[in-house]
Design a protein around this ligand. Structure first.
Ligand code: 13P
Length: 253
């Protein structure tokens, strides 16, 4: 059965010292917590922090993810970091296709396909993001947009590779805006996504994939969102920068 996952995307926030303190505070909270933590916990700090943070967290409590990787294997690509490099210092998952990367760094479906392939080839988990903008939601094309984002970047994968993915639905209009999708809107889209996966890969794979919601999730709204049948966790930006808030959300999942 699929697992609930709470993932923190720190984006371009925290100095190295602040990042290490945040990761270590979170690790301690999980370690000291007396009840059961059901959810898998992932954090995606900035690239510069990954190798040091790896040393202050325990892999059995927190999985380390990167926010991006190169679409190329290696070579003369100044400033890029390859999937193989990430793997070499203990990263286990990579966020691919975040709307900020699609929008500000012109990442196309074709580029995302290459990245997903490289992440899988290097034995890491892609956390694949999809999401519509406000205009698309208002004109009612959001289901089609999400379906094509998933089809175009992922449907070349064989079933055994596809089953290693985590999907994150992040409506762009809810990211960093304080406006959350209602639990009905989230459930409706997550059920739609699961159905798209079912049509291509069958019921068993679709039922076992974790589909996370992202967009202004915080302790005040997480419980209701996470209670939805097809919402299997969250990809959290702002609230993941506060160990107390992030841990509150982890406890709901
Ligand atoms: P916020 O939680 O800050 O809205 O960000 C969501 C997000 O983009 C996570 O990837």
């Amino acid at each position: 059965m699929r697992k609930n996952i709470i993932a923190g995307n720190w984006k371009m926030h925290t100095s190295l010292r602040e990042g290490v303190a945040l990761a270590s505070a979170l690790d301690k909270k999980i370690q000291k917590h007396e009840g059961n933590i059901e959810a898998g916990v992932i954090i995606a700090p900035p690239l510069t922090h990954l190798s040091l943070i790896k040393q202050v967290i325990k892999e059995e409590r927190i999985c380390l993810a990167a926010q991006n990787c190169s679409s190329e294997i290696k070579g003369a690509y100044t400033g890029e970091v390859s999937a193989k490099m990430l793997k070499s210092f203990g990263v286990n998952a990579v966020i691919i296709g975040h709307s900020e990367r699609r929008e500000y760094f012109n990442e196309t479906d074709e580029i995302l396909t290459k990245k997903v392939n490289l992440v899988l080839e290097n034995d890491m988990k892609p956390i694949f993001c999809c999401g519509e903008n406000l205009g698309q939601r208002e004109e009612g094309t959001h289901f089609g947009v999400i379906k094509s984002q998933i089809q175009n970047a992922l449907f070349h994968l064989p079933a055994n590779d596809f089953s290693k993915l985590i999907i994150a639905y992040e409506p762009i209009w809810a990211i960093g805006t304080g406006v959350t999708a209602s639990s009905e809107q989230a459930q409706e889209m997550h059920a739609f996504i699961r159905n798209v996966l079912k049509e291509k890969y069958g019921k068993e794979i679709a039922e076992n994939i974790s589909i996370l919601y992202g967009g202004s999730m915080k302790p005040a709204n997480a419980k209701e969102l996470l209670a939805q049948t097809d919402v299997d966790g969250g990809l959290i930006g702002g609230a993941s920068l506060d160990a107390d808030d992030f841990f509150e959300i982890i406890k709901f999942a």
